[in-house]
Design a protein around this ligand. Structure first.
Ligand code: GLN
Length: 483
C-alpha cells in the first residue's frame, strides 16, 4: 500500500527520487484511470516542477517539509490556480481558477505534489458521482458499482492507488460516504477547522474540506497541514492546531464510546452493514473502550432537515452563475433575462436544478418560516442531542452508510432513495462536528463497509486516536482492489 510512511521512507533514504515516484503514479493513472474515470484532469507539469524542488531539497540535505513528495489529488470543486476547476458541471467546464484555495496552497507549501483534479457529482450534489458532466466514476472494488459521492473521484483514486491521498469536500457526507464505499479513510473536520477559501460554495453553513486517505495517520497528517485560521474565510476558527499525529497511539482504555441507538434501529440499515459495524463495536470493547448506548432522538430527522437547509443555501450560492460573470453563457438569446435563464437551464444538470428550485421555494416569502426556519430549529435540536450525548461519552459511533456501494443506475432517477444514503452522515454536518469513516469489514459481495466515529467540536484528535487503534488492530484492508 502506498501510504505516507512507505513513500516517505523511499524518498528520505534516496531510494527513489520524487520525480521517479511521480512518474510511476502518472503511468498508473494512464493505465487504470480509463477503467474508473476518477480524474477529470492531470497536472503533470505542475507536479514535475514541484517534484524537482523537493528532489533538490533532499539532495542538498535541507529541511524536508512534512508532506515532501507525497502525491495528492484534489476534488474538482476546489480552486487550483491556472487549472480548470469545473465542479463537473457544464456551467464551469472551461473555468480556470484565478487563485489557489487555502487548503491546497497549504498542501503545496508543505511539500505535497499536485497530481490532478478528481471527479464529483455536479456541484457536489449527489451520493454516487453519476451526475458529472465527465461521466460516472467506477468503484475500484467492482466497476459496475458507484464509488459513492460526491467526492467519488477522490475516494476511487485513493482506493485504486492513483494518488497517495486526496482532498474532498463534505456538505452532508461527501467525504465519508465515498470513503466507506471505496474502503478508505475519510475525515470531515469540525466546521471552521479548515478554511473554505477557494472551495466552490454549495451550502456554506455545512461545507468543509477534508482528507481521503489510505490510513488514519495519513488523514491526521493532512489535517494538520490544512487546518488553521485564514483571514480569507471569516468562518474559519482561530484556534490552535494540535499535532494530530502525537495522540494517535494513546491507549483507548479510558475512552467512552456511545452507540447511537436510533441508527441501529433504522429499517433502512442493511443487516450485513449492521452486523459488521456491531462487530467493530465489540472490537472497541475488547480494546478496552467503555461502550454505552446513547439516545439521539432527533438523529434520524437529519435527512429531512438537511434537504431543506442545503438546497436553500445552494439556491443562494448558485445565483451567481447568471451567464454574465462566470462560466457558461447560452449564445442564442434575444435579451438579458432570456440569456440568463437559458444559460442556467443548459448549464446546470437536472439534480442541480432540482436543488435550486427546492431551495428557492423554501426561502420564498410565505414559506420561509414553514420550511427554512423550521429546519433551522430542528437543526438546533439535533445539536442539542449531540451536546447531551457528549456529556456522557467522548465519541459517538454509527455505520457510515446504510448500505454498501450500489449498482450504477440504481437510484439516479430516484432522488429520494439516493438522499437516504446520507442518513447517517448529515447529522454531523448539521451540528458542525468532526466525523471519520474507517473500513470495518466487507459484505458477501466483497464490498467494503465503513464505520463512523463522530467527535465533539474540535476533538478530531479523539476520533483519530480511536480510529487509528482500531485500524491497527483490525487490519481490514490488507490488499487494494485489483484492476
Ligand atoms: N449526498 C449529499 C447531497 O447530495 C451530500 C453532498 C455533499 O456532502 N457534498 O447533498
Amino acid at each position: 500500500m502506498m501510504n505516507f510512511s512507505s513513500l516517505r521512507q523511499k524518498i528520505i533514504t534516496k531510494n527513489a527520487s520524487v520525480k521517479e515516484i511521480i512518474n510511476d503514479f502518472f503511468s498508473k493513472i494512464e493505465l487504470i484511470n480509463p477503467k474508473i474515470n476518477a480524474y477529470t484532469c492531470t497536472t503533470r507539469e505542475i507536479a514535475e516542477a514541484q517534484a524537482n524542488k523537493i528532489d533538490k531539497i533532499i539532495q542538498n540535505d535541507e529541511y524536508i517539509p512534512p508532506l515532501a513528495g507525497l502525491p495528492i489529488a484534489i476534488k474538482d470543486n476546489i480552486c487550483t490556480k491556472g487549472v480548470v476547476t469545473s465542479c463537473s458541471s457544464k456551467m464551469l467546464k472551461h473555468f480556470i481558477a484565478p487563485y489557489e484555495s487555502t487548503a491546497s496552497r497549504k498542501l503545496w507549501s508543505s511539500g505535497g505534489i499536485f497530481l490532478g483534479k478528481t471527479n464529483l457529482d455536479e456541484f457536489a450534489m449527489g451520493s454516487s458521482t453519476e451526475t458529472s458532466i465527465f461521466g460516472v466514476t467506477s468503484n475500484p472494488w467492482d466497476t459496475n458499482r458507484v464509488p459513492g459521492g460526491s467526492s467519488g473521484g477522490s475516494a476511487a483514486s485513493v482506493a485504486a492507488g492513483l494518488c497517495a491521498a486526496a482532498i474532498g469536500s463534505d456538505t452532508g457526507g461527501s467525504i465519508r460516504q465515498p470513503a466507506s464505499f471505496c474502503g478508505v479513510v475519510g475525515l470531515k473536520p469540525t466546521y471552521g477547522r479548515v478554511s473554505r477559501w477557494g472551495l466552490i460554495a454549495f451550502a456554506s453553513s455545512l461545507d468543509q474540506i477534508g482528507p481521503i486517505t489510505n490510513t488514519v495517520s495519513d488523514a491526521a497528517e493532512i489535517l494538520y497541514s490544512i487546518s488553521g485560521k485564514d483571514s480569507y474565510d471569516s468562518t474559519c476558527l482561530d484556534k490552535p492546531v494540535p499535532n494530530y499525529l502525537s495522540d494517535l497511539n494513546k491507549p483507548i482504555k479510558a475512552i467512552k464510546i456511545g452507540i447511537i441507538k436510533e441508527c441501529f434501529e433504522h429499517p433502512g440499515l442493511n443487516p450485513e452493514v449492521k452486523e459488521s459495524v456491531l462487530s467493530g463495536v465489540e472490537r472497541f470493547r475488547a480494546l478496552g473502550a467503555h461502550i454505552t448506548e446513547i439516545e439521539c432522538p432527533r438523529f434520524n430527522d437529519g435527512i429531512a432537515t438537511y434537504y431543506v437547509i442545503a438546497p436553500s443555501e445552494a439556491s443562494a450560492n448558485l445565483a451567481r452563475y447568471d451567464g454574465v460573470k462566470y462560466g457558461y453563457r447560452s449564445a442564442e438569446a434575444p435579451n438579458l433575462l432570456e440569456m440568463t435563464s437559458k444559460s442556467r437551464a443548459d448549464g446546470f444538470g437536472i439534480e442541480v436544478q432540482r436543488r435550486i428550485l427546492i431551495g428557492t421555494y423554501a426561502l420564498s416569502a410565505g414559506y420561509n418560516d414553514a420550511y427554512y426556519k423550521k429546519a433551522q430549529k430542528v437543526r438546533t435540536l439535533i445539536r442539542n442531542d449531540f451536546d447531551k450525548a457528549f456529556e456522557k461519552v467522548d465519541i459517538l459511533l454509527t455505520p457510515t452508510c446504510p448500505t454498501t456501494a450500489f449498482l450504477k443506475g440504481d437510484f439516479v432517477n430516484d432522488p429520494l432513495s439516493m438522499y437516504l444514503s446520507d442518513l447517517l452522515t448529515v447529522p454531523a454536518n448539521l451540528a458542525g462536528l468532526p466525523a471519520i469513516s474507517i473500513p470495518c469489514g466487507f459484505d458477501k459481495n466483497g464490498l467494503p463497509i465503513g464505520l463512523q466515529l463522530i467527535g465533539n467540536v474540535l476533538e478530531e484528535n479523539k476520533i483519530l486516536n480511536a480510529a487509528n487503534i482500531f485500524e491497527i488492530d483490525a487490519q481490514i484492508i490488507k490488499n487494494k482492489p485489483l484492476l
